[in-house]
Design a protein around this ligand. Sequence first.
Ligand SMILES: Nc1ncnc2c1ncn2[C@@H]1O[C@H](COP(=O)(O)OP(=O)(O)OP(=O)(O)O)[C@@H](O)[C@H]1O
Length: 268
Amino acid sequence: MTKPFVEFDAVSFAYAERPILHRVSFCIEQGHFTAIMGGSGSGKTTLLRLMTGQLQPDSGRVLVGGKDLREFSRQELHEYRRQMGVLFQFGALFTDLSVFDNVAFPLREHTQLSEAMIQDLVALKLNAVGLRGIEALMPSELSGGMARRVALARTIALDPQLMLFDEPFTGLDPISLSVIALLVSRINKALQATSVMVTHDIHQSLQIVDQVIFLAGGEVIFSGTPEEIRQTDSPWVHQFVHGEPDGPVQFRYPTTQSLEQQLMTAKP
Ligand SMILES: Nc1ncnc2c1ncn2[C@@H]1O[C@H](COP(=O)(O)OP(=O)(O)OP(=O)(O)O)[C@@H](O)[C@H]1O
């Protein structure tokens, strides 16, 4: 039996006067792997920030384990974030620290473990991403794909219950991309973590996730399993799956002024 881990209940959010999300509701089950997809600027990263508690909804609720994030005490919020592993787009490593020290960083920061224990844990985490043996290398000596894997090892150092990935595949060659996708999927299963991944890579996602949520126009326009996505006749989803430039998802930034008006406006 699964139970909800993170729920969005009619969440609306705007940056100043600019509405981004409008009454967004969805549920992420414990232990499930969910991809968030949508056009550029549709609010995917904003949604992750609402999930971490970095941003707060203007209305609606973000529930974690059934409790409104707004009602978390400082201690609860700290604990929630400690159980979270976050891997950003370019998984920045500390360039002045070796691979070992990068992976050891969260262990030293958040635990009282002995150095001997930390050494074993770093070896285990690097082993999980297929890179045991490169402990002494500096980030400048790694390929882009290796650096992303080291960042992944660091993300899982504390055995997070919730893993958030923001475009983990960006900028990788196809082989490194498949390797990262496979590792992310395996690690998710091994840790029985709940994972949420913002990505543009629909084909890779459909192979590894349990659920995909599509955002457009500030709303969830579709959510379902990979099987349901393959079968839907939603034009939004169709445009995404087939990577078509024309369709309901617009590539233009929404502006109220026409190009003609803008060109006619007197210049200083
Ligand atoms: N701190 C901010 N202040 C004001 N506007 C912001 C801020 N962060 C993001 N935005 C705007 O909010 C919208 C949604 O941004 P967000 O980064 O969530 O989109 P996204 O779906 O992750 O985009 P992409 O796929 O291009 O990374 C964008 O139009 C962006 O310009």
